[in-house]
Design a protein around this ligand. Structure first.
Ligand code: 13P
Length: 236
């Protein structure tokens, strides 16, 4: 299985900083960089892949501030993150809007990194599996072809906190996600990335989990040395 490293740069870097970052970046097609929309043009058509952090579901029209999958594809972007917990918690994305975005992204031939994950409260209440199942079923409603879908399992309580599940917990949850795909999509073996406080120190351990298809990295991806170390471990 070819593994993946995806870098979610979130809303970081000034123009001067991003220019310096791009100059130092090198890659492989299984390295996906997801910069802020205003910098996407600097990351396309390189020896790595380029993704957006979101994509609106209408192709065009009076939707001030939004960017569509059609527009992203026309720029040379080939991936989009959808359903990130920050979009859900801060910008009102729901499983229903994420579903529309997934359908539009696939229609426009983008690969989708679909983020799912439970809150601390849901985890404490033993609701993790129910939440993940609901997210998968509702975000992929009426989606029949999942070849271009990658799942990123990001426990919300682990994002930016330095706290991560144990390897056994990650393995069990990813097995569960794969089981859901197997039953919904005729034994389709979906790729599942782990995301949440991945860094250059814990990457050896996370990468050793047998069913992890790669990682989605936030904070550590802002530092070239750290993301290079992570790529070196996962994409070797
Ligand atoms: P951190 O790696 O900073 O915890 O962020 C994870 C994330 O949200 C990636 O999408």
């Amino acid at each position: 299985m070819e593994k993946i490293v995806a870098a979610n740069l979130k809303m970081n870097f000034t123009y001067d900083e991003v220019k310096e970052y791009v100059e130092k970046l090198d890659g492989s097609k299984n390295f996906i960089v997801c910069p802020p929309n205003i910098y996407l043009h600097m990351f396309v058509n390189k020896n790595y892949s380029c993704g957006s952090q979101d994509a609106y579901y209408e192709d065009k029209g009076a939707f001030t501030g939004e960017v569509s999958s059609l527009q992203l594809k026309s720029l040379g972007v080939n991936y989009t993150i959808l359903g990130h917990s920050e979009r859900r918690q801060l910008f009102g994305d729901t499983n229903c809007t994420v579903n529309k975005k997934v359908i539009s992204a696939l229609k426009n031939n983008l690969n989708v990194i679909l983020c799912i994950g439970e809150t601390k409260e849901e985890r404490d209440n033993n609701e993790t599996k129910d939440v993940l199942k609901e997210q998968i079923e509702n975000c992929l409603k009426n989606v029949s072809n999942v070849e271009k879908i990658i799942i990123a399992y990001e426990p919300i309580w682990s994002i930016g906190t330095g706290v991560i599940p144990t390897n056994d917990e990650i393995k069990e949850t990813i097995d569960y996600i794969k089981d859901i795909f197997n039953s919904l999509y005729n034994n389709h073996d979906v790729k599942v990335l782990y995301g949440g406080s991945v860094n250059e120190k814990n990457i050896d351990s996370i990468n050793s989990i047998e069913n992890v298809s790669g990682v989605l990295v936030g904070g550590a991806s802002l530092d070239i040395d750290k993301i290079n170390k992570i790529k070196g471990v996962v994409l070797k």
